[in-house]
Structures are given as C-alpha cells and as structure tokens.
Design a binder for this molecule. Structure first.
Ligand SMILES: [Zn+2]
Length: 301
C-alpha cells in the first residue's frame, strides 16, 4: 500500500556510488552564480573532474538537490523531495515518464497548486481529511494509526458534491450503506458508543478487513477506499473498537456531507430528524421502539 519509502530509484543509486557528496557542502559564491546559468539545462550525470559549478536544482522550487535527494519525474526533469511529496507524482511514475519535461513540469505545478489550495481544517483520526470552508475532502494514501502523518495525493482531493454513496464493508460484507437520497445510517446502526455495531456484523470473531468505500460521480476515479483494518484482528481487541469508532466518525461526516451539502452547523433540526425516523418506521426499517427512543431523545434536545 505504501510504496513511499523507496526514496532513491535504483538506476540513480548506481551512478551515485562514484559521486562525491563533498560537493554538497562546499558552496562558494562562484558556484552559486554558476548554478543559475545551468538551471534550465537538463541534468547530465557528470563523471569526474569535480565540476562543482554544475549544481542541480529542483525544477519547481529551485532548491538545491543532489545525487541522493533528487527525484526524477521524467527525462531531464528533476525535483526535490518536498515537491515530490506535495505533488505525489511518485505515485504516477509510469505515466509521468511518458511526458516531455515541459509537460511533466506543468502537471507537477498543477498538482502542487491543488495540494496547496487544500487546507486541512478537520482530520478524522488521520483517515479522512476535510477542508470545510472550501467543501473539499481527501483520503490520504498512507495513514495508519501508527504513522499519522497524512500523505495527500492532489489527484485524490474531491469536492463534497463528488460523493454519491458510501459503504462500510467488513470481511467483504456491506454493513451499512448511505449516500444521497438514501436514509441516514448513523443513529441506526451505531449505539452511542458504537457497541450495537458488531452485533450486525457476521458471527466471525476475527476481522480481516474493515474498509469504507466511497463511490464518486467522477469518471476518472470511480471509488475511493479507506482501509481501517487490513490484517486479522480479534474483535475483542481494543484496536478493533478503535477502528469501529473511526468508521463511525467518518460515516457520520459522510452523512453530513451528503445530507445537506451545506455545513452541518445550524442545519440540524430535531423536527426533520423525527420525520426521517418516522419514514424509516413506516418503511419497516426500524422498529416502533427504536423510533420512540429516537423521538424521545430528539424532543429533549
Ligand atoms: Zn522543490
């Protein structure tokens, strides 16, 4: 899932063996001037002679890069690690290498602009990130409870409108489904503490996989997965409970997004909620008792 840590592509490592890292530190003023001249030229692996004036710079931010830190985007286009991470182009190596340096640079710049436009105003346990003022969201491509630093792929930043429906899937079974035009799931499936939840899942006491699938109305990316559990976990373990809680929070955020399209603040109306539950009761989706309990609670708000 996370191929991020292959920092130095093999082909480059080999040529680097002979390279002198000493070059990095000995920056004379002369060398600095020399760099500007050579900045536009495609980088050639220089063998020896210690041509220290030939410094390589990131094509995006102009930061100095070297044999070890440079990231190849395509032939003749190198960027720094920061710009690579921001644009996430390392996830599209094959596609990028088909482009000319000019085309590739344009793509990288667009991606970085998109990334910089996205400001995380809410993070749900690192798995689901939102820019609420702009009505944008994303799912980082590498987030686990251990490694919380979200790695965002700008191509995976979507608007609220893009969400069509979503499903909570455990061991391949759909446990809950929601979305535009569908009845709310939050209050029904989950007890206050998420406790009522596992009762609905299969009798199995091992969870092999727990994921949320978000279906999009987007031709290029039809669906996005949030993988909460991808290794066997006994359901009595605390980690399972934590994953369920995260799932609950994400589903409730998705529900808010698809329910109104507006910010949830102020949009909540107990009367509307009661009406929703009445409809569910009439449909037979909930029992009379469940309906009464909900109504009672909502009336007391
Ligand atoms: Zn850079």
């Amino acid at each position: 899932m996370d191929e991020y840590n292959e920092n130095i592509p093999k082909e480059e490592t080999v040529t680097d063996e002979a390279g002198e890292e000493v070059v990095l530190n000995g920056v004379s003023e002369e060398a600095v001037i020399g760099e500007v001249e050579g900045a536009d030229e495609p980088f050639e692996e220089q063998d020896e002679e210690g041509d220290e004036k030939e410094k390589l710079r990131c094509a995006v931010c102009d930061k100095e890069i070297n044999f070890f830190t440079k990231k190849k985007v395509t032939r003749g286009l190198y960027i720094c690690g920061d710009c690579e991470e921001k644009s996430a182009v390392h996830r599209y190596k094959k596609e990028m290498r088909k482009l000319s340096p000019e085309e590739a640079l344009r793509v990288v710049l667009n991606k970085i602009a998109k990334a910089e436009n996205f400001q995380i105003t809410k993070s749900i346990d690192g798995y689901f990130l939102m820019d609420k003022p702009k009505s944008l969201w994303t799912v980082p491509y590498a987030a686990t409870p251990i490694k919380r630093i979200p790695r965002i792929d700008p191509a995976m930043i979507f608007s609220y409108d893009a969400i069509k429906s979503y499903e909570l899937i455990e061991n391949g079974n759909c446990l809950a489904k929601g979305g535009r035009g569908l009845p709310p799931i939050g209050g029904l499936l989950f007890g206050e503490d998420g406790a009522g939840f596992s009762a609905n899942s299969e009798e199995k006491d091992i969870c092999e996989q727990l994921q949320i699938m978000i279906n999009l109305q987007n031709v290029s990316v039809p669906r996005v997965f949030i993988n909460l559990i991808f290794k066997d976990i006994e359901k009595e373990k605390r980690a399972y409970g934590a994953a369920i809680l995260t799932a609950q929070k994400i589903l409730s955020a998705l529900e808010n997004i698809t329910a109104s399209g507006e910010s949830e603040a102020g949009a909540f109306s107990p009367a509307d909620e009661i009406k929703k539950y009445k409809e569910l009761l009439d449909m037979g989706a909930i029992t009379q008792e469940e309906y009464e309990a909900k109504k009672e609670k909502l009336l007391n708000m």
